[in-house]
Design a protein around this ligand. Structure first.
Ligand SMILES: [Zn+2]
Length: 178
């Protein structure tokens, strides 16, 4: 297999798992919560766990997709850290500061996301570029927005979320809070 074929294969694999992350995001929206989904895989591309946002479903403000995936992985995450395994997380949106911290703690070595989050709480790039925890961030490979068509789909989910009654702006409006 030549290098170009290998690159194509890797890209196909990335696309496959990002689509699964997107499916989790769609499920989250159907549960009337923020549409983000995540999938963790090991170095052989076995799925370790999936997660999706459950903030409104569980009334838990920390129930983000990436944290969910880390929790759902159970002991495998600690085992992976002990054995220096190489896990990848695929997520539909750039991780927030909380999840970025979670990924560093969980020793995730590759982070791939569908959509940068410049308007919301996107935090991965801000923290990485702040010259803090450099040693940790250096160990992580990042891939931002590799597929435009998947990005369009995630953006459509976010647009739909704007209209959802559970969106904080709509909750405030209905509670008459400015
Ligand atoms: Zn998060």
């Amino acid at each position: 297999m030549n290098r170009q074929e290998q690159t194509t294969l890797k890209s196909d694999i990335d696309r496959h798992f990002l689509k699964l992350a997107l499916q989790e995001a769609e499920k989250a929206l159907s549960e009337n919560t923020y549409p983000v989904g995540a999938v963790i895989v090991d170095e052989r591309n076995n799925i370790i766990s999936k997660g999706r946002n459950r903030v409104h479903a569980q009334q838990d403000l920390t129930a983000h997709a990436e944290i969910g995936a880390i929790r759902n992985a159970g002991p495998l995450i600690l085992e992976g850290k002990t054995q220096r395994k190489h896990f990848t997380i695929y997520t539909s949106l750039e991780p927030c500061p909380m999840c970025t911290g979670g990924l560093l703690f969980a020793n995730i070595k590759r982070v791939v996301w569908i959509n940068n989050d410049d308007e919301g709480f996107g935090g991965y790039r801000k923290l990485r570029d702040a010259n803090i925890f450099d040693k940790r961030f250096h160990e992580v490979e990042v891939m931002e927005e590799p597929f435009h068509d998947l990005k369009v789909k995630q953006m459509a989910l976010l647009d739909e979320w704007e209209l959802n009654p559970n969106n904080i702006k709509n909750l405030r409006k209905s509670a008459n809070v400015q």
